[in-house]
Design a protein around this ligand. Structure first.
Ligand code: PPS
Length: 294
């Protein structure tokens, strides 16, 4: 990868910290032309995006898991804002070449959503995860992803998370904005912890949202294909096909643990108490809540 983009600090786009390399030619995002049939998978980073992407892809393949192995997840479900100039082409460009129905991955908060997503009433699947596990997963990801700034110490990282100094901005605003919008927009809001607890139930919700109805056998096949272990072993979903100059899996694998509660192995008691206080403040005045154990 071009050294110019390595370990650069976030660059703000209209106040939102974004991976430096992604911020080149931002008009490609603002002017992105959505299509009516587009399905958007929107998330705060490390909340189950890849899991949901593979679920949606295999649902659109009518449960044909061989078909879903046709290409790497980042080509089948391009991330709109991604770009590693000189190494990986812009997600917006990959999307332009895909036939409908396209599945679009994005971590952009509502304020940076291209207007055409709303104008076309695209279906949006939002996946949210408890912030303690998000912070842990993001920390390990920042360490292995060379396009991100170095995360520094875990102690400092907890403070950065609480103050919203994170790639794609503060977690709380992200999850709350989509929660508030789901009343009026075409948004299916799903929790990572619910997917872990009962994947069949949550996959059924996604099927229904996409207008699909499969037999229990096909549903079982989708569950197995999208289990953590299957996705960790599958080279099309485990991100090992991304150049190692971008993601260094020897530092931390992309498919790391896939559980709820790894935060207990990272937070000290005082960090956890401070974080609980932050979480209480963030969630006050909303009916949104998260599970920290399943
Ligand atoms: S990214 O980079 O923001 O798109 O990452 P994202 O895919 O949102 O989140 C990565 C975390 O999701 C876990 N994961 C899964 N968990 C359970 N089951 C399945 N199938 C699955 N696929 C991915 C992945 O391991 C990351 O979580 P951590 O806690 O780091 O293991």
């Amino acid at each position: 990868m071009n050294a110019e983009w390595r370990r650069k600090d976030w660059v703000k786009v209209r106040g939102v910290p974004i991976i430096c390399a992604f911020t080149q030619n931002w008009e490609r995002i603002d002017n992105f032309q959505a299509r009516n049939e587009d399905i958007i998978i929107a998330t705060y980073p490390k909340s189950g995006t890849t899991w949901m992407s593979e679920i949606v892809d295999v649902i659109l393949s009518d449960g044909d898991t061989d078909k879903s192995r046709r290409d790497a997840i980042f080509n089948k479900v391009p991330m709109l804002e991604f770009w590693a100039p000189g190494t990986v082409p812009p997600g917006s460009q990959l999307l332009e070449a895909l036939p409908s129905p396209r599945v679009v991955k994005t971590h952009l908060p509502v304020s940076l959503f291209p207007a055409s997503f709303w104008d076309n009433s695209c279906k949006i699947i939002y996946v949210a995860r408890n912030p303690k596990d998000v912070a842990v997963s993001f920390y390990h990801f920042d360490k292995m992803n060379q396009l991100h700034p170095e995360p520094g110490t875990w102690e400092g990282y907890v403070d950065k998370f609480i103050h919203g100094n994170m790639g794609f901005g503060p977690w709380g605003a992200h999850v709350k904005e989509f929660w508030a919008l789901k009343q009026d927009r075409n948004i299916l809001y799903i929790f990572y912890e619910d997917m872990l607890e009962d994947p069949r139930r949550e996959i059924r919700k996604v099927m229904k949202f996409l207008g699909k109805d499969f037999s229990e056998d096909v549903l079982e096949k989708i569950c197995l294909h999208t289990s953590f272990n299957a996705m960790k072993e599958n080279p099309t979903t485990n991100y090992t096909a991304i150049p190692s100059s971008i993601m260094d899996h020897s530092v931390s694998p992309f498919m790391r643990k896939g559980i709820c509660g790894d935060w207990k192995n990272h937070f000290t008691v005082s960090q956890s108490e401070k974080f609980d206080e932050y979480y209480r403040k963030e969630m006050s005045g909303t009916d949104l809540s998260f599970r920290f154990v399943v």
